[in-house]
Design a protein around this ligand. Structure first.
Ligand SMILES: [Zn+2]
Length: 318
């Protein structure tokens, strides 16, 4: 029986931040990353994205159980820390980059929030946000506008207060005022957000080098907003800009997309194909099988990989 399948693993931050001002950033340290690579290599075969793509198109076969490494957000971590580790092992990765961090020098809201969390306790961050809203957006009771059930579903790994706050910031407040608020808070509490963005993200030459080293560069939206909160017209514009940035930097070619926050719907998937992406990765856990829909590919977050493998391979891991 043909049981070819791929486990796509999703990573974000990978760096040793212990003892640095960014110690509070939740990410993977290099020893844990190396351990996970050992685990994956012990149970599965590595596959690069071009081969996965050819297999999906029935132009190639793959070993029975494979893994694919994917990295979201275009972080400097990926060139400075991840790529050397992968290259020393003869592995390649897929690096998903938001066009906006390359073109506008803006820090994504998600990352500004991570930085604020490193300097403000949970209550202090909520107070800073609600105070800012009271001063600037007094016409509406924004905290009341949060869909609490959706917040808890999306941020199931957070306390309910933190889930509500993140949902307010990412999915409820108007993007323009939310960005203004975060810029002001980061400037007050951390440092100049533009300066921070320069060291936080990959620049064009780092991306070019990753691509030249045999890794795959994919899109991750332009503004890094959850696509499903945008209107169909805004989705098309955002995805089209995301594809255009990569085309102008790296030339034409087939590229995958990963949906920021795993947020998509039928319109988003259709627009992704229209602007030239050939596949899209979600954050829904599971194996990728050959007949799966190209714009709804599963991925498993790094924190869930051990449990996933234990259940799927029916073997206790060390
Ligand atoms: Zn992202």
């Amino acid at each position: 029986m043909n049981d070819q399948r791929v486990l796509a693993v999703m990573y974000h931050y990978v760096r040793d931040r212990c003892g640095t001002p960014e110690e509070g950033i939740r990410g993977l340290d290099t020893a844990s990353f190396a351990r996970q690579l050992d685990l994956l290599c012990a149970h599965l075969e590595p596959v690069g994205w071009p081969r996965l793509r050819a297999w999906q198109q029935k132009d190639a076969s793959i070993p029975e159980a494979c893994f694919l490494l994917t990295f979201d957000d275009g972080l400097a971590d990926h060139a400075e820390v991840v790529a050397p580790i992968l290259e020393a092992r003869g592995l390649t990765g897929v690096f998903f980059v938001s066009g906006g961090s390359l073109e506008t020098g803006r820090m994504h809201a998600a990352h500004q929030i991570h930085l604020l969390q490193t300097v403000l306790e949970e209550d202090a961050l909520a107070t800073a946000v609600y105070d800012w809203l009271a001063r600037n957006e007094s016409a509406e009771d924004w905290p009341q506008a949060v869909d609490r059930e959706a917040a808890r579903r999306l941020y199931h790994y957070e306390s309910s207060e933190r889930a509500d706050l993140k949902y307010l910031l990412h999915c409820t407040l108007p993007v323009c005022s939310r960005n203004r608020m975060l810029d002001e808070l980061v400037e007050q509490q951390v440092s100049d957000p533009r300066e921070l963005a320069r060291k936080w993200y990959l620049d064009g030459s780092a991306l070019f080098a990753l691509n030249a080293a045999g890794h795959t560069i994919g899109g991750h939206g332009f503004t890094h907003e959850p696509q499903a909160r945008l209107s169909p017209r805004e989705q098309l514009r955002d995805l089209s800009r995301s594809a255009a940035v990569l085309r102008s930097l790296l030339g034409p070619g087939e590229r995958p997309l990963s949906y920021p926050f795993g947020s998509y719907n039928a319109d988003v998937a259709r627009h992704a194909a229209e602007v030239g992406f050939v596949q899209a990765f979600t954050t829904r856990p599971g194996w990728i099988r050959q007949g799966d829909r190209a714009f709804e590919l599963h991925r498993v977050d790094t924190i869930a990989v051990d449990t996933f493998l234990e259940q799927e391979l029916l073997c206790p891991l060390p």
